[in-house]
Design a protein around this ligand. Sequence first.
Ligand code: R5P
Length: 294
Amino acid sequence: MRIAVGPASRRLGEKIAKNLGLMEVYVEFKEFPDGETYLRVGEIEPSEDILLVQSMAPPQARNLMVLVQMISAIRDCTAGKIVAVVPYLAFARQDKAFLKCEAVSAKVTAKVIEANDVDTLLIVEPHSDESFSWFTRKVLPIDPLQDLASFLRNSRETKTVIAPDKGRIREASVLAEMLGTSYGWVEKERDRRTGELVSKIGQLPVNTGSALLFDDLISTGGTIANAARLLKAQGIESIEVATVHGLFVQEGDVKIFQSGVSSIYAADTIEGKYTAYSVARSVSQAVEKLSHGL
Ligand code: R5P
């Protein structure tokens, strides 16, 4: 097996290649003046198995196209197995029709990816079970909490882990257990039409002096900023933030710091300013497990 690394996942792809001792397939990528993307892969043997890595980081639709171009170019060269690692699966939050006649973007994304004959998908923190239920091929979610816990253990004091909405209570409790600390949560409601957020304290352990807010992804920063303000109002002095997918659109990072947060740690599923830990180990372990069955 060799690895093809897409332009949105260069650093992560190289780490996975190194962990697994895989040689890279050459990937030529360019953008035409009008924004259309071009992709070509170097020579591949007719029955070679290929692992590819390409995130759907912003710009999401463009990087979905690049992912699909990679799968298609590789499939045209080999009848072997294609395993695609998708470090960030965009459009996952629209995993059902919340309002009548909405496009179910997660379903559309799954169909587009699978139309190009990929055998297996490994998706890091796919947001919800529903988001990857739309895939019909073999799809394995990768839980990156172990990677985050290792990073936090190495560099941080123990803090209470807080979920900024009920949807993340499971992750907060698992992370807290890994770190040997307590957990709590904030409750959030979002108006589906206006997008407006209202948050209130759900449950906090007594004597919470410092907190680590964890969310699967941060987009505009509104969810985290609201939660941080509530924690501050409860007298919690020190608040840090950890996430997997850090998008930070509309100056979401500024909003978060203004709410009283001191540090933000994100994974390399989206490579950016706050990337502090890597999911390479979890992805590599998943590929190793999978390759025993290939
Ligand atoms: C929602 O269910 C997600 O888990 C995140 O909490 C949300 O998407 C974060 O968005 P924002 O940063 O714009 O509040």
